[in-house]
Write a protein that binds this ligand. Structure first.
Ligand SMILES: Cc1cc2nc3c(=O)[nH]c(=O)nc-3n(C[C@H](O)[C@H](O)[C@H](O)COP(=O)(O)OP(=O)(O)OC[C@H]3O[C@@H](n4cnc5c(N)ncnc54)[C@H](O)[C@@H]3O)c2cc1C
Length: 561
């Protein structure tokens, strides 16, 4: 029996079913199997979120989970421990290539999620849910791998919404391929001076090329540097840049003379930048990298952006993050220049929900691993899961995880309602924004805390690089930072409450199932807070924002489960 159990250690376990504990006697094993705790449900992503899925999703995601258990987990571990990507900038003849190299098994793992439908299912109908569900399963097994899928979605959606007919015809069929050979997307906003204040710190300049009678499409050339560029090597990226001059309502900027061109985010626009040039434009930019123009891939396509180097990261090693140089890079405007900041925020909304999903999945994984260890590790004569303190901690963390799951699902459902909106947005969009700021902030914090606690449960083993516990903590550390730091979530959440009264919509949603007294207290705390001076409002937002996030998660868990 113990052999069978070992082989199926990661198989799904239904409510109250016995879990394999090959180190224990039958009596001990039976004592642990207490149905009321329902802790076993966290050991499989399918078991934990099955109640949210329809039959087709159960089938698709069940197969995906089985693949991860059979093959993906080993590949993921190899990539994390030994397969960190590297960059080959030149070929042997000195031609610039900028190739990202991974072990072959990496591409197999990456393709699996694309094949399963991380992108094409989103392009098929009006719903983005399957994308986020696939992301959930992916991140349970490899949190970094969620990144290529989410940035590819965040590239595909703006093309669907704002792309010209030419851009749609050129990019969408490749991004939406079903056989795993997709073109990948990427979202590059951040520059070296900082990512929180894009309005001040994006210095990449976009210059419009005068249109000729032959060129059907409006073409721009981008010059600048992106300091954090994840999924670098992608076939097409969305890139924030500052149009050089306007006539379009955007303030003129002299990039070279003014290091802080304008603090107005409305000076930004969003562009599509393909990996290879079309060759429409002359390529003699004053700031070009010497020799870079005469570059080519084996089939003689010229690189359109350059990878300066790859980052050496503590986690998310299954996505390459690099520094990108844009040198007269051919680019296509998305939407119009006045809407740039809205388009950037819309794409951030998509990846913030991805971050929420990744955080809850990683939190589940940390709890699952802690349980697995606690069931098998003996101290003071019994498995540590049966020590009252540890058992209580597990139950409390399961409860927090369920609340986080409810918050996550609400963010996904609201996004599904509003993702196709364009400015001016509806009230539901502003409600979605508030829920997303609360959820991004709170679930990322939970993931870090659970990953740290999992390490504690593993004791000394938790700190050793040869086991998984330290990996989950490394992977978790990025979750509060990318897609906007906790400060950003709090301040943007404050803004949407102040300007759009989004908290009132939130309280109305929660009223049917929230504790009435608690609701009254938090509602009046928020109102009192909003009456403070600007300085005090910002300075004191943390406590109330955290309490509001926890209250929302609690109420949603009561209402939806
Ligand atoms: C591994 C990795 C991959 C990434 N991939 C991408 C990518 O693909 N594309 C992309 O565009 N970006 C990417 N980023 C960048 C990421 O989005 C930024 O790191 C993040 O937005 C924060 O920006 P920053 O690091 O420049 O910090 P800064 O903006 O310099 O902020 C520093 C600190 O100041 C705080 N702060 C700023 N303003 C305020 C305020 N008003 N009040 C209080 N505190 C404030 C911040 O919260 C933060 O704690 C990546 C980052 C990492 C680490």
């Amino acid at each position: 029996m113990s052999e069978t159990c070992r082989a199926s250690e990661w198989q799904s376990h239904g409510r109250g079913t016995a879990y394999c504990l090959s180190l224990l006697s039958t009596t001990e094993w039976l004592q642990i199997n207490i149905p009321t705790m329902d802790l076993n449900s966290v050991k499989s992503p399918l078991n934990f979120i099955q109640h949210l899925l329809d039959d087709e999703a159960v089938q698709v995601l069940g197969n995906y989970e089985s693949w991860w258990q059979a093959e993906g987990m080993a590949i993921s571990e190899t990539v994390d421990r030994a397969g960190t990507p590297w960059l080959r900038m030149f070929d042997e003849l000195g031609r610039r290539r900028d190739e990202i190299l991974f072990p072959n098994c990496y591409w197999q793992m990456l393709r699996k999620g694309y094949e399963t439908g991380a992108i094409w299912r989103a392009g098929e109908g009006r719903s983005l849910k399957m994308h986020y569900l696939i992301d959930y399963f992916t991140c349970f097994f490899d949190p970094g791998l969620g990144c290529p899928y989410i940035v590819s979605l965040s590239t595909t959606v703006p093309i669907i919404k704002y792309g010209s007919p030419e851009a749609k015809a050129r990019f969408l069929p490749h991004l939406l391929r079903r056989d795993g050979t997709n073109w990948q997307g990427a979202t590059w906003m951040t520059e070296i001076k900082g990512g929180s204040d894009l309005g001040s710190n994006v210095e990449t300049v976009a210059r419009k090329v005068p249109q000729t009678s032959q060129s059907a499409e409006e073409l721009w050339l981008l010059n600048g540097d992106k300091y954090f560029a994840s999924n670098v090597g992608a076939e097409v990226a969305i890139v924030a840049a500052r149009p050089e001059q306007s006539g379009t309502g955007v303030r003129p900027v002299d990039h070279l003379q003014d290091a802080r061109p304008t603090s107005s985010p409305h000076g930004l626009a969003l562009f599509l930048v393909p990996r290879y040039r079309d060759g429409h434009a002359a390529t003699s930019a004053p700031g070009s990298v010497p020799g870079a123009i005469a570059t080519g891939s084996p089939d003689n396509r010229q690189l359109n952006y350059f990878i300066r180097r790859l980052k050496n990261k503590i986690g998310t090693r299954s996505v390459p993050t690099g520094e990108v140089e844009l040198r007269d890079s051919e680019a296509y405007l998305l939407g119009n220049t006045e809407w740039g900041i809205y388009l950037i925020l819309e794409s951030l909304n998509l990846s913030r929900v991805g971050n929420i999903v990744g955080s809850v999945a990683l939190a589940q994984r940390a709890l699952a691993d802690a349980l697995r260890f606690a069931e098998a590790r003996i101290a003071f004569g019994k498995p540590i899961i049966r020590q009252p303190l540890l058992r209580r901690q597990c139950e409390q963390r399961l409860e927090e995880l369920r609340q986080a799951r409810a918050l996550m699902w609400t963010a996904i459902e609201l996004l599904d309602e509003v993702w196709s909106e364009t400015p001016r947005y509806s009230d539901r969009y502003h409600l979605f924004r508030l829920v997303t700021h609360l959820a991004k902030y709170w679930t990322a914090e939970l993931a870090v805390q659970l990953a740290k606690w999992n390490m504690e449960v593993h004791g000394g083993m938790g700190v050793l690089a040869e086991y998984a516990a330290e990996r989950w903590l490394r992977e978790a550390m990025i979750l509060p930072i990318w897609e906007g730091t906790p400060h950003r979530q709090m301040l943007d959440g404050l803004e949407v409450m102040e300007r759009k009264r989004a908290h009132e919509m939130l309280f109305a949603e929660l009223a049917p199932f929230a504790d009435k007294e608690e609701l009254k207290v938090i509602a009046s705390r928020v109102e009192r807070h909003l009456r403070l001076s600007s300085e005090e409002k910002e300075a004191g937002i943390e406590d109330i924002f955290r309490d509001l996030a926890r209250f929302t998660a609690r109420a949603l868990a009561k209402g939806t489960e």
